[in-house]
Write a protein that binds this ligand. Sequence first.
Ligand code: PEP
Ligand code: MN
Length: 346
Amino acid sequence: MREALEGFGMSVSEVSLGARTALVTEGDGHPAASLARLPAVEQVIQTETPAPLAAATLAGGGRPVSVGTTLFSAETLTIVAGPCTIEDAGTLREIAGLVKQAGADALRGGAYKVRTSPHQFQGGGIEALQELRAVSRECGLPFFTELNDPRQVSAVADLVDGVQIGARHMQNFPLLTEAAKLGKPILLKRHMSADLDEFLLAAEYILDAGNEQVILCERGIKSAERHVRYLLDVGAVPWLKERVGLPVIVDPSHAAGHHRLVPALARAAVAAGADGLIIEVHPRPEETRCDALQALSPTTFAQLVTDVRRLAALTGRRAGKVASDGGAAETGASGDGPVLRTAAEA
Ligand code: PEP
Ligand code: MN
């Protein structure tokens, strides 16, 4: 096959994708339709993006990502929720219980915080992470936590369920490669000043390191506007979903920067086709040391979940939590079961 392509004057590089092999060519040396007729060709994927591995994830129905018993896919609306940062075990346990009751599918919580100022709280480190893991196991929801330094990776290898790469580290390429090697799901946030090609190229680093469990997260970009913290790029959701087969989720909390804007942005994201949401929740935001203004109260979060589940049900999506520990029974969700009922409707 390679020879055939080279015979058409195309330069070819070979990339293995599990059991499959992709031959990557550049330029338009030969019409795609004729290539697709060649007997050894399963699929021709044309991409405008410079990230061939990311584009290749469209093949074979995309790349759903599982973290524990929670699934991110085009058939689910998967909700990750929790505090910005882990402050104490008691509050964390309280938040986990509340977001689970409201219908969250996974937990979030930062132990290594990336703060704009060195004078701000930097996170509770490995001890906080151990608390998050313990609470996650108690409540039966898997969790994501942010890593910001390749040197953290080996220390947390056995602790984390899924790794979040924050916006500010989207182009920390050694971190992307090291984190990818854990073989665990990576929730990759878009940098606030990155265009979509740069975002996909960051994902490309993780794919190139052999890890296809990538979840893309739009969290708002810098703009001329000052009344919202960042400008949520809603159009990025359908744009990405047309070009890559990786789950695309949205973080309305960091985009909004204000709790009153978060529910509307969450609904907009789901209407635009997002595969999930990641949302900050705190029962007493005035006490938190990080992102207090954007944290949702548990009550507002529960209402948001009800609203977005209803929207998602219009397109046949179910919750991301797969029944296995009894947790899904509370939302009526199951891996291949009926379209979900929300906690409020059940
Ligand atoms: C966070 O998730 O708490 C966070 C810092 O997000 P971002 O990297 O999108 O700013
Ligand atoms: Mn935050």
